[in-house]
Design a protein around this ligand. Structure first.
Ligand SMILES: NC(=O)C1=CN([C@@H]2O[C@H](COP(=O)(O)OP(=O)(O)OC[C@H]3O[C@@H](n4cnc5c(N)ncnc54)[C@H](O)[C@@H]3O)[C@@H](O)[C@H]2O)C=CC1
Ligand SMILES: CCCCC/C=C\C=C\C(=O)C/C=C\C/C=C\CCCC(=O)O
Length: 183
């Protein structure tokens, strides 16, 4: 980050995208998926903040649809992605947001055809099914561009699958929270 900050006068966009999946050797997963995302966000925020002489900016964190739902096969991965989603939404609520000019949002793609999916595929017996349900990376890029085209994206949680690319919000319905699409 410091190299990028030294080479460019201003950083307008920070994307915390790196992530991994391993339910067995799990501590490095927490470090990368959650700790690095928080560190990256804080570094970028400090640099971008109008309160520190910056011009404001955008921080987009890569979450997952497993940051919106629970899934018994991947509890640790789910926990890190729920953390990413909650951290991002909570930062977006910060009362200082107009003063800092920094906006926070996250994208929540469903299974996507990448090395991460392929490496997971090798450990389970549903290889063909996963390939069939997974979306291409271009679909995630479309969602990402949708966020970038919005002048105000603060607090957005964008769910992306084969058919949908829509914003979500958490609502209390009856006794528990339910994710609902938000126009
Ligand atoms: N592939 C999928 O089905 C989905 C992936 N995601 C998320 O998308 C993001 C990207 O994942 P994929 O492209 O699928 O995985 P990938 O394994 O294909 O790519 C991960 C990237 O993270 C980088 N990386 C790994 N460890 C790193 C470290 N310690 N420091 C810096 N960079 C590191 C790698 O060099 C690679 O470029 C992750 O946050 C993942 O959780 C979200 C939803 C679905
Ligand atoms: C069946 C999911 C296997 C995991 C595939 C590999 C990588 C996934 C990375 C993610 O970020 C997960 C994204 C989506 C998971 C999709 C579906 C989970 C199904 C949950 C359920 O049916 O309850």
């Amino acid at each position: 980050f410091q190299t990028a900050a030294d080479e460019s006068k201003q950083i307008d966009l920070m994307v915390n995208n790196a992530g991994t999946l391993n339910e067995y050797d799990w501590e490095p997963v927490v470090q990368l998926n959650l700790v690095a995302c928080v560190r990256g966000s804080k570094l970028a925020m400090k640099h971008m903040s109008k309160k520190n002489g910056g011009r404001g900016g955008r921080i987009i964190n890569t979450c997952s649809d497993l940051g919106l739902i629970d899934f018994h096969q991947l509890p640790l991965y789910c926990a890190t992605k729920h953390g990413v989603r909650s951290f991002t939404s909570s930062m977006a609520l910060h009362p200082d947001k107009e003063l800092t000019g920094v906006q926070f949002a996250c994208i929540c793609p469903s299974v996507t055809r990448t090395d991460l999916m392929r490496s997971y595929n090798e450990t389970i017996s549903m290889a063909e099914d996963l390939e069939a349900i997974a979306i291409p990376t271009s679909r995630v890029a479309e969602g990402f561009l949708k966020l970038l085209r919005m002048s105000r994206m603060n607090g957005a949680i964008l769910y992306i699958d084969k058919l949908k690319c829509e914003f979500c919000k958490l609502e209390y319905v009856g006794l528990g929270p339910v994710w609902t699409p938000q126009q």
